[in-house]
Design a protein around this ligand. Sequence first.
Ligand code: SAM
Length: 454
Amino acid sequence: MFVSVHHEIHDQELFSEKVSRMPPAPDTMCRHQFVTALDHTEAACLWEVHSIDELRSYIDPALEPSSTQRYFQVFEEQAVGLPGSQLPAHRSSKNGSAAPETSRAALDPDRLQDFLNRFGADQAAAMHAATVVIGDKLGLYKAMFELGAATAEELAETTGCHPRLVREWANAQVASAYCQYDATQQRYWLTAEQAACLADPESPTFVVGGALVVNSVHQDAERVMAAFTAGGGLDWGEHHPDLFEGTRRFFEPAYRANLVEHWIPALDGMQERLEAGAHAADIGCGHGAALILLAQAFPKSTFVGYDAHAESVEAARKLAAEAAVDNRVSFETATASDFPGRGFDLICVFNALHEWGDPVSAARIIRHALAPDGIWMFTEPRTDDELVTSVRARTFYSVSTFVCTPSALSQDGPEALGAQAGQDALRRVVTEAGFTRFRRAAETPTFMVLEARP
Ligand SMILES: C[S@@+](CC[C@H](N)C(=O)[O-])C[C@H]1O[C@@H](n2cnc3c(N)ncnc32)[C@H](O)[C@@H]1O
């Protein structure tokens, strides 16, 4: 068998003899010794005639991954490099066969290294996200911004934190390029760009809300796992509280940058109506960030926000009072299926439709709640044309696994759209609900703004 493929192997008998002396599979240490004694040609033969699982069993599991990888690299290089060699059957999918490559295919060392590099970077980012939450909650970024170049001790004193831990935290920020560092003076500071993303909640590029959402999903892993194995549902309100504040702070910068300046003007005649005095609602309003911005921009209009989560409604009321718009903005606990009020000029749904268990029924209720010439504006995360590896898809499919899809499933409706439903699925919802006009009115790299009219 070996000869037919590798006719240049001269000492076939010796190799066969070696193979016959190979210890049984569980004895990985002996197998490891066997493998290390092989020359390249013999390694190639081994690669050729054994499945990848068998090859794996020849390698000492106690070895560092990089050493294991080097063995596979030797196997592969020798198999490919021998004159007249054919790739073994278990590698054929790499060479264009229709069969999809699976985890049973041979390891490609370069791709393995790429994946390890990718995982290492992700692991560092996930670890670092926890320091972002601490930096935000303890006011460390704010202090770094306000103090300018500061030592760890100065940061600690300003924030009332332990100096040794602050130094470790600050070094983690340097290691992630989240702040600058002068080693001679041991001082840390934020560039204008870092401050705009980490220290200024009013900035349109403030990103810290995302880290709070990350924190919440990690805290909720047990609950979500329970949902995976029992019914699928997890109500929005059952999540860690960082989700609620994190969601507001994650979305608010985009609303601040776009809602009044770009999205409302993109709707047919709506800006003029709001300026003259209109009545608008926000369903699934959360902490009410978008509605408060609208109320600030259009002082002649009145607004009401509805959300199924009573705690969020409370928080929204408080924020409206702080923004001094609570005389024209009210918030009520109600679901998309039972919110009261009719004749709205504008109904908004900001990144919430895909959380609902019966989006078609909700859309139908929204249609009935609109004035005849009213507009339903809703935003949803943008999607890629196909299921691809992209930062956006990664972010939204992951959060959808933890939050959006379990939320919809908890509502016992007919479907769970998920946060990457895409415009075609949303068009279907809108059309089934009886709207006659539907278009994408605006977009950002992250969101699409959709307009539906009765
Ligand atoms: C992703 S958050 C968006 C919050 C807010 N619109 C924003 O942009 O900040 C989704 C919101 O939908 C609410 N929600 C979920 N199911 C709902 C339902 N059936 N009716 C009303 N609100 C619902 C949740 O309580 C949550 O506040």
